[in-house]
Each structure stands twice: as C-alpha cells, then as structure tokens.
Design a protein around this ligand. Structure first.
Ligand code: PMP
Length: 407
C-alpha cells in the first residue's frame, strides 16, 4: 500500500501545536508516553458523553453498551497482537501491573526454592523488581544475560544460563533505554526447547513492530496503552489460555468470581478471573481506538518512517563533537540515548526544555543498563511517526546551545 501522508497524520495530534514559552513544542519523549490523536480523544469523549456506565452488572441500556464496547476493545487488542482467543487478553493498569500479575499468578504458584529465573541486563525495573520480590520470598535465583558494548544481548551467554533449575524467562523486546531490538523469536524457541515459559515485555515494541504472539509463540506478552497513542491507566497481559487457566488470581474482589460464600469462593473463567473490580473501562475503549488508529496507518509504515528518522538523527548526532551515542545495536527502534562530554544529563534536559524540546534525562528505570555503560544517566530522544526531520534539526541546534553554555 502507498506511503501515508505524514504531514496530515501529524495534524491529527492537537498537542503538537503547543508553544512552550513561545517556542514550538518538539516532543521527543515518546518512549515515556506518546501523544493522543484527535480520533482517540473523540472516542473517549463519545464514551463519556453517551456510553458510560459500569459493566457486567446491570440489564439497563448503558451498562449493556459499555459492556459491549469494553468487549470490543478486548477484541481489537486480540487482533492487534494476533492472539488466538479474546479471553487470552487481560486488561490491566499497564505493563508494570501485567508483570506483577504474572509474578503473583504464575510465579508464586509454580516457581519454587532453588529454581532459577533468567532476565537480561536490558530489562526495565518493572521486569526486575517483581522477580526479585519472588526471589527473596522463595529463595529463587535470578540469572542475568550480559550485553555487549553496542547494547545487544549476548545470545551465547543466554543459552549457557539454562539448566534443569531454569523455570522462567523474562525478556524485554525493545530496550527503552537504548532502543535495542532483541532477537526474541530465537530466544523464545531456545527456552521452549528447555520447557521454560517466556514473558516478553513489549512496552517499547508494540508501538513500532508488528506483534504476532502466535508466530512468536511467547507465553506472555505485555504492554501499556500510553505508549501507543492511548490513555494512561490501561495495558494488557496476553497469556496462553492454558497458562492463564492454571494460574492463581492476583487480585480478589468483584467480577473475578462465579460464587462467593464465607466458606468458599469459586473463581470466574478467564479473562474475568484476573480483572477484579471495576476495570479501566474508558481507558480500555480508548486503547481500542488507539490500536485502530495505528493499524489504519500500518505498523510497517510507521516502522519504516521511524527508521528514516533514526538514521538521520544518528548521523546528525554523530557529527557533533563531544556527543556520544550510547547503544549502537544493529537492530534498533528510533531511540537515541546520548551523553555530552563534561555536561550532566540533567543540565542537558533543562536547557533543551528552554527551547521547547522535550527529551528524557535520567536512568530510564534501567539502572543496570546505566551501570553497564558506566554512566549515572543519559539523555534520551525517542521518536514517533509524527516527528519530522526539522525536529531532529531543532535537537541538534539545542545540543549546540547546551555546549555553548556549559563548555
Ligand atoms: N517496560 C518497558 C520496556 C518500559 O519502557 C516501560 C515504561 N517506561 C515499562 C515497562 C513500564 O510501563 P508502565 O509504566 O506503563 O507500567
């Protein structure tokens, strides 16, 4: 299909028209949260204006509409990741919540003292800390896959970590700190040859790479709406039905039961077993609209356009003396972490902000990555399909201003 009209697409995002202190906003913090197009905003308004009620409970009109629209959103997510069944998609409050659900629901039931869990150095804290909690509670060991100087996972080392005690693998699909795309298909296959289930943290992949959970054959796949042009407060856990059925619930409460007496509670079927209480109905419906929006553009088109931005930005930054890109993997999404000799990342972010440029500075919730590269923090520019080359130029000019001020 023909290439999208990127200028027209950019115009869908009202927030991109903002001026920050008289300077046009240059939003390069998309790995933290991407912005919302008018189509998704309109969907949220329509829900709140004409469809809002609690779901699953009443026979009245609005409750039936809201229940149906919430279900439709689940089906849109099912299609987006090509899950076999809609009940394999659990709405959560986000990636962090999804991983905690797997830790409590799967980990606490099936992983025991002496067992081992494999994670990579690239993991976000949200795919480290829950497993550490489990490790401390149960006496489980966490084994960590090292990364090379480019920020790529060392596959030989990964394979060497497997033994008969290995019971679980958690892999980040795309590094939020560096942009590295991990070769997860081969890593999943390898784990499965050892009978070990794999969770993929897809928070940074789902916005940029077509996800097919059946082709990947991953056991769990998780991501958040707010990085996919959707609202905050919602995400999904995809899990294979048989695994989800075998797991214990994470949260107890309404809707996750079929019957309750003080003697005994019978849990509901999936997905309801994992959706205790009133779910984020509005946000889930907005999430559905967001994946519709992205699907209409085409994730492949998005990926190709963003790769162009990445190549341009990489070349521009490499041309500035004193700027060092951290994370130079062969396979990357449009994320550039960088350091400027002699200038603290916090100062970089502050000065860029004065020019209306939004980048992230800090450890990006990936302190082991920072430790690996021996830096306390980096500055990170992360691009979306609505960014343009002139915004890369603005970043370059901003970096030169920073150097003029501090050097
Ligand atoms: N994993 C990765 C790779 C991420 O980039 C993020 C968000 N920075 C998370 C997990 C956590 O997502 P959330 O804050 O939406 O739970």
């Amino acid at each position: 299909s023909s290439s999208p009209d990127w200028e027209k697409i950019r115009a869908d995002f009202p927030i991109l028209q903002l001026d920050i202190d008289g300077k046009p906003l240059v939003y390069l913090d998309n790995a933290a949260s991407s912005q919302m197009p008018q189509q998704v905003i309109d969907r949220l308004v329509r829900y709140q204006t004409t469809q809002h009620a609690n779901i699953n409970r009443a026979v009245h009109y609005l409750s039936e509409v809201a229940t149906l629209e919430y279900h439709n959103a689940r089906c849109k997510l099912q299609q987006f990741i090509n899950a076999r069944e809609d009940r394999e998609v659990i709405f959560t409050s986000g990636t962090t919540d999804s991983i905690n659900l797997v830790m409590h629901g799967y980990g606490r039931k099936f992983i025991k003292a002496g067992d081992e869990i494999i994670l990579t150095t690239l993991e976000h804290h949200s795919n480290i800390v829950p497993w550490q909690m489990l490790a401390n509670e149960k006496g489980v060991t966490i084994r960590v896959v090292p990364i090379n100087d480019k920020g790529e996972v060392e596959i030989d080392e990964y394979e060497k970590l497997f033994n008969e005690r290995t019971k679980f693998v958690g892999l980040i699909h795309v590094s939020n700190a560096l942009g590295t795309i991990n070769p997860i298909k081969g890593m999943i296959d390898f784990a499965h040859r050892h009978g070990v289930p794999v969770l993929i943290d897809g928070a940074q992949a789902a916005p940029h790479i077509t996800i097919d959970v059946q082709a990947l054959d991953c056991d769990f796949y998780v991501f958040s709406a707010h990085k996919l042009c959707g609202p905050t407060g919602v995400g999904i856990l995809y899990g294979k039905a048989a695994l989800l059925e075998a797991m214990q619930p994470f949260k107890g409460g309404g809707d996750m039961i079929t019957s309750v007496t003080f003697e005994k509670t019978i849990y509901n079927t999936i997905p309801h077993k994992f959706e205790a209480g009133t779910p984020p109905i509005a946000a889930a419906i907005g999430f559905g609209a967001a994946v519709d929006y992205l699907t209409a553009i085409g994730i492949e088109h998005i990926a190709a356009y963003e790769l162009g931005l990445l190549e341009y930005a990489t070349a521009c930054l490499n041309d500035i003396p004193g700027v060092r890109i951290i994370g130079t993997a062969a396979e990357k999404t449009a994320v550039i972490s960088f350091a400027i000799d002699g200038i603290h990342p916090h100062d970089i972010g502050t000065i860029l902000n004065q020019d209306g440029i939004a980048v992230r500075t800090g450890h990006h919730c990936a302190q082991p990555v920072m430790q690996r590269f021996n830096v306390p923090a980096t500055s990170r520019a992360s691009f979306a399909f609505y960014n343009k080359k002139t915004e890369v130029d603005a970043l370059v000019a901003g970096i030169k201003t920073v150097q003029k001020i501090f050097l």
